[in-house]
Design a protein around this ligand. Structure first.
Ligand SMILES: NC(=O)c1ccc[n+]([C@@H]2O[C@H](COP(=O)([O-])OP(=O)(O)OC[C@H]3O[C@@H](n4cnc5c(N)ncnc54)[C@H](O)[C@@H]3O)[C@@H](O)[C@H]2O)c1
Length: 257
């Protein structure tokens, strides 16, 4: 018996990184998982007995198809993890309006469309579960505190933090809980790619950059994907039945300073 037996979960950006680790953690707790991504996630889905659908979170028609797919394949939807996102480091003077908008389109509008199109399906089955339905939105420590050269990312993750609270208040009476998760620097392909860019710009070696990433956390290491996946699995489960509109910080103490 798993904490999520009988639940159906949709994880966006689930082909790799935190999304793939989350899909695995939810499946291990008994959920049927639909992985969606613009990247191929068929292998990841097959490994956990789930399904994969190509889905761009910026496309409204893709969202409608994704929710329909969850209903057709698994009978409904109980958990949505709005995980898909992009990240880059760019000084304010280098950021273009086009790129700024592109990041908001994926990180913010993608979450908005997810809430809009998945909520009715989640609310429909919410009475079945003690903890109701659950939405978990990936924000970041960058949704809590500012950082230089992150103008677009700070904007996007700050928006996700408060969109979470708005949806949580609107859907509390319908038994759908909505929470945000705020990871520190987690060792995923996204961070490996960011490290490469920093390496190119500064000439520092990869090991030096990884050490600096690790040192940002009082716990003394970078986060692992499972650290975040475990937090998401908790928020998805009935163990979090009284948790909504909250911010779960998974940052090794980074923002406690
Ligand atoms: N890794 C970190 O340190 C960290 C820290 C805080 C927050 N986050 C957030 O966690 C989430 C996952 O990050 P990650 O590190 O696993 O990143 P990642 O780049 O390793 O994986 C992200 C996935 O999202 C997918 N994706 C990108 N654009 C998409 C789109 N338009 N539609 C559908 N899928 C799309 C990518 O194909 C990829 O598979 C992101 O929202 C990120 O901002 C990550």
């Amino acid at each position: 018996m798993g904490d999520l037996d009988g639940r159906v979960a949709l994880v966006t950006g689930g082909a790799r990184g935190l999304g793939a680790a989350t899909a695995k953690a939810l499946a291990a707790k008994g959920a049927k998982v639909l992985i969606t991504d613009i990247r191929d996630g068929a292998e990841t889905a097959a490994a956990i007995g789930g399904a994969y659908l190509k889905h761009d979170v910026t496309s409204e028609s893709d969202w409608i198809a994704a929710v329909a797919h969850a209903k057709q394949s698994f009978g409904g939807l109980d958990v949505l993890v709005n995980n898909a996102g992009v990240f880059w480091v760019k000084p304010l003077m280098m950021e273009t309006l086009e790129d700024f908008r592109r990041m908001q389109q994926i990180n913010v509008e993608g979450v908005f469309l997810g809430l809009k199109h998945a909520m009715p399906a989640i609310a429909e089955r919410a009475p079945l579960w003690d903890g109701g339905g659950a939405v978990i939105n990936l924000s970041s420590v960058a949704g809590l505190v500012g950082a230089p050269n992150l103008i677009a990312y700070n904007a996007s993750k700050g928006a996700v933090r408060l969109m979470t609270k708005s949806a949580a208040l609107e859907y509390a009476s319908m038994k759908v809980r909505v929470n945000s998760v705020h990871p520190g620097i987690i060792d995923t392909p996204m961070m490996a790619e960011a490290a490469q860019v920093i390496e190119g710009a500064t000439g520092q070696g990869a090991n030096a950059i990884r050490t600096q990433f690790a040192q940002r956390h009082p716990i003394g290491r970078m986060g692992r994907d499972i650290d975040v996946a475990n937090a998401i699995a908790f928020l998805a489960s009935d163990a979090a039945a009284f948790v909504t509109g909250s911010e779960l910080v998974v940052d090794g103490g980074m923002t406690a300073i």
